[in-house]
Design a protein around this ligand. Structure first.
Ligand code: CO
Length: 446
């Protein structure tokens, strides 16, 4: 009998996208990412998350850097490493749905600028909002990773997650991610979920978690024991707390346990030294506290949501109402069909809960809340509050089709409007129309 081969675990270092987003508000400039990139590539790491999520928005709005150049330059610096982006389903890298033809154009551009793996999620976990992106990614011959958002609610059972994963597999994804955006998954649930998914689907599994509650590394270990194929982590200077478990300690531990990662620990520490120097350059963007905070185990409200809420309430001199708003959040979630708290639904739920506490419950129904109730974001995990829905619909019918069916093609108009621009430039106009003018004016001067 041949000796059993060591099991492979593929590691994606996500310092450059989620690490930067979780610790320094996504502000790291390309020039500084390029200091880390060659060393990370040299370490033998399997994948890196370099793009998507908030990076496109921050490049255009604040950094005035070409987001496409970022994708290209990082792929050039790490040619043999899988580069991953986070894509918000039909919302692409923004906050509301785009037309299917725009989805095609965006995915084609991302692929030709260097993206290999597209992690696709939807804030409502309505898999119909994955359809167009999965199709586009498959057409350009890249890897489609469908994400199931992990959240805790009375309707989110293991069976429900499995059902979503099965649907994604049927839709043609190449791999499935468990996206625990709030760091809420615990080791026991992780083991149960990964084991069940391993039986239910045949595509590889990828775990993404955060370390807010200090559970991250324990959950990762249980995921690997249950057969999880891919894991996300960050270089040590970005690890822990609102960030993620640490790449070097993960590699060290996995090797000691007899797993193979393909990574060279000594080389990873060189990349980490560089990352430490880079983070120090962005101290202006550090949150006042980004360590472990276990309150969330009780409130189940993500750390990022909590810090935004706190600063908003400070601005309105209403910080003394914070605990009432926290208590109101589960009520709003229930009324909105137990939607997960992730961009943009977390903002929708928190704003409505704030209105409810400061002005009286549903005295005002915010526009975005009304749109969830009307079905414009897609199907919610559980039915929405029927009374509220009737109120916002005002005699009309809720939307039950895939929401993007209602959006006419956008590309022909855009090409007419911007005949001199490249497809990449047109996409900036299409996705961030209000920021584009300022962005192009300023980048033209540079
Ligand atoms: Co994340």
């Amino acid at each position: 009998m041949k000796p059993e081969q060591a099991k492979q675990v593929k590691i994606f270092d996500i310092t450059m996208r989620d690490g930067s987003q979780s610790k320094v508000a996504t502000r790291i400039k390309l020039v500084d990412l390029l200091k880390i990139a060659p060393k990370l590539a040299d370490s033998g790491i399997y994948g890196v998350e370099t793009w998507g999520g908030a990076t496109f928005d921050v490049c255009v709005r604040y950094l005035r850097e070409d987001p496409w150049e970022r994708a290209r330059a990082l792929k050039e610096a790490m040619p043999d490493v899988q580069s991953m982006m986070l894509i918000r389903g039909q919302n692409l890298v923004a906050y509301s749905n785009f037309s299917d033809d725009l989805v095609d154009k965006f995915v084609q551009a991302a692929a030709r600028n260097g993206i290999d793996v597209f992690r696709i999620f939807d804030a409502l976990d309505d898999v119909r909002n994955h359809t167009a992106v999965i199709k586009a990614v498959r057409e350009v011959g890249k890897t489609a990773e469908g994400a199931v958002c992990f959240t805790i609610s009375p309707v989110h059972t293991i069976e429900k997650f499995i059902d979503k994963a099965r649907q994604l597999e049927d839709m043609g994804v190449h791999q499935i991610a468990i996206k625990d955006m709030a760091g809420l998954i615990d080791p026991s649930t992780t083991y149960e979920l990964v084991s069940a998914l391993k039986k239910a689907v045949s595509v590889p599994l990828h775990l993404h978690t955060h370390d807010n509650c200090g559970l991250g590394m324990m959950s990762i270990l249980k995921a690997v024991e249950a057969g999880c194929d891919m894991i996300d982590s960050v270089l040590s200077p970005f690890a822990g707390g609102t960030g993620h478990p640490c790449t070097e300690s993960l590699v060290y531990s996995l090797h000691r346990l007899g797993y193979e990662t393909g990574c060279d620990l000594a080389k990873l520490t060189k990349a980490a030294e560089e990352a430490k120097a880079v983070r120090a350059l962005y101290s202006d963007f550090e949150a006042p506290y980004s360590g472990v905070d276990c309150k969330m185990l009780v409130t189940q409200i993500p750390g990022g949501v909590m810090s935004n809420l706190t600063s908003q309430l400070k601005g309105q001199n209403a910080l003394h109402r914070l605990s009432e708003i926290i208590d109101e959040i589960p009520q709003v979630r229930e009324d909105l069909g137990w939607i997960p708290l992730v961009t943009p639904t977390s903002q929708i739920v928190v704003s409505q809960a704030t209105f409810n506490v400061l002005l009286g419950r549903y005295k005002i129904i915010a526009n975005h809340t009304a749109n969830v109730l009307k079905g414009l974001y897609g199907e919610t995990p559980a039915p929405v509050n029927a009374e509220l829905q009737a109120r916002v619909l005002n005699g009309q019918q809720p939307t039950t089709v895939r929401p993007a069916e209602l959006i006419p093609p956008m590309w022909p108009e855009l090409v007419k409007k911007f005949p001199m621009l490249t497809e990449e430039e047109i996409l900036i106009h299409a996705i961030f129309p209000h920021e584009a003018a300022g962005y192009f004016a300023e980048t033209a001067k540079n």
